[in-house]
Design a protein around this ligand. Sequence first.
Ligand SMILES: O=C(O)CCC(=O)C(=O)O
Length: 242
Amino acid sequence: MDRMAVTAESLITETVVEEYDRNGGVCLRRAFDPEWVEEVKVGLDAVLGRRTGNLAPKPHDQPDGFNMHQFRWRDVRQLERFVLHSPAAAIAGRLLRAGKMLSVWMPLQPLSRTEGLRLVAGSHKWGKLFTPFSAGENRPGYEPVPEIDEQEHQILSFDLDPGDCIAFSGLVLHGVMPTDHSRGSRRFSTRWSGDAVFFSRGGVCSRSVRETGLSDGDPLDCDWYPVLWTRRGGHRELGDTR
Ligand SMILES: O=C(O)CCC(=O)C(=O)O
């Protein structure tokens, strides 16, 4: 099967932006060429092989293998290339007309809808912040994740091939069901912000976020959070001042 990617421009139509805004997430087929998937696989091997500094295992790294590392694009060449040069920035930029922050999540092997990411459609509009899995319990300002009645809510899930991705809002309730296959699978998630986002140390804030040197209220435009796409100029290289 031809898995060559479709351009971000043709993927993100008006209808897709509306769907993203309505549901809090969309599935984008053939968003990344096989070369990008390969690049990320090599990058993740590098991350998982190098467990030092803030790559140290977190408690939840264990028993089922969930790993969370941040800012790895700054020190792993392949992930840096993905962040700086893949279509992810253009996908995020085009979708972020509706919303402030999103994730681009992609499996690196085929993943069925029962094993991949599931989103509760529309939950980004509930006006609630749910405790991130990585943050532990009882965080002030965050609510525990509720039981979701699948009769009452629409759950979005997709059969995915490498190269497909799900772009979803930072506010939408989401997660992966722990199954034997999902435990053994590799997924890669990048976070993207629009220009309506400003730095804040409030909330769940990791050590690496504190290391950026930014102060509350600063715009996210620095080495740690480079501007990689603009509506007017399209893709930007680092140091580009368009
Ligand atoms: O892949 C996973 O297990 C979950 C990823 C996730 O929750 C995220 O990227 O926000």
